[in-house]
Write a protein that binds this ligand. Sequence first.
Ligand code: HEM
Length: 457
Amino acid sequence: FNNLPGKRPPVFEGIPYIGGLIKFAKGPWNLLEEGYAKHGEVFTVPVAHKRVTFLIGPEVAPHFFKAGDDEMSQSEVYDFNVPTFGKGVVFDVDQKIRTEQFRMFTEALTKNRLKSYVPHFNKEAEEYFAKWGDTGVIDFKDEFCKLVTLTAARTLLGREVREHLFEQVADLLHGLDEGMVPLSVFFPYAPIPAHWKRDRCRKQLSEIFAKVIRQRRASNTREEDVLQQFCDAKYQNVLGGRALTEEEITGLLIAVLFAGQHTSSITTSWTGIFMAANKDKAWNPAVEEQKAIIAKHGTTLSFEALSDMEVLHRNITEALRMHPPLLLVMRYAKKPFEVTTSDGKSYVIPKGDVVAASPNFAHMLPHIFKNPKQYDPDRFAPPREEQNRNYAFIGFGAGRHACIGQNFAYLQIKSIWSVLLRNFEFELLDPVPGADYESMVIGPKPCRVRYTRRKLL
Ligand code: HEM
């Protein structure tokens, strides 16, 4: 029996075959909003030739996050990334190989490894902001996008790329980025100029990285970066225990960049926007915390000092709750499963459905997060701790495929904001912007900010 008996979720009616696709391709936010208002936590939307079933909120989330890949699979829904990441890695390989590839990456993010990246985070941030004047008008999103690319180049792609090849590699990565449009999710090989450019850029990146990897492997020096980890790593239980090929390393580095770069720079931006807009609730407590940290740890932004910054941590988490950059996380149902909504309705999701959870929607549920539209970092502090419920806060996903880069991301964002809190004041010149739901990784719409240099102590 392929399917369990039972009631199917309500179908969000009235969307013609192609209508669902257009609504989805234009950014699925409105579609979600209408579907949730009409049907509640579980509903199905026909999108072109697929059925997409949305599960909204912690009550209906456990199976989605907990189930193994033989039940809730990623490859079928994320394989649109294959032309970008490349062959032989991540969603182009079976789950056993992918698990080993992610294990290799996890080993690049142990506590000791993270400690060794912190000086690079700090150095890039200090050098970047040293170039700002005494006062000026900027947009956080543009600035942090550049800075995070520099830091990612240094800590992930390696010293050679950061020091000698940065402009060229950044341009090519930008070409890959532009080749990922909402249409690519359904038709990753559609013959459009954005995809042609993507393929050209991907090929050139392969050539550049192959050279860098060969030189790194031939040299006797070992660097502290993720590239080194991939150069040294070996499969354990698959592929005869061999080392990664140059093409696999290139693919994994691109995958890691895609997972971590925009998500981090966007969260850094929202954190700044909300801190600048909430002086009493967020900015001033974060400044006071910096003073206390300096008194305790000195001025060096060590791993320990960054880890001690609880106020800043909560400010970041609250920015991520308000605006998770990934609107949807998705799986493919390889087996049917049952969900029960908070009001006791039971549905069977059939095999073959694309199943989606939405961090943005989950984070706006008023029975989980009080006054969800309000920026309120104290909701994460005792005694409230509103996140302390399974699958309530899912900005980094949850369960089996929770974000591997979470600690890396917090350290990097804290390093950037520590440098800024210690050296600048900010004033928003526009109202707090809305989110731009039409891009793939969702960030703030443009917002002008005035900075003024000052010394904290
Ligand atoms: C997975 C968000 C930073 C690497 C995820 C998932 C989310 C997420 C929601 C789950 C996807 C799913 O369930 O389908 C974020 C956010 C970040 C961030 C909001 C920054 C604020 C990073 C960084 C890296 C990274 C910096 C790497 C350096 C990964 C990887 C996975 C992942 C490899 C896949 C894990 C798996 O499938 O087992 N991330 N991420 N992320 N993230 Fe992040």
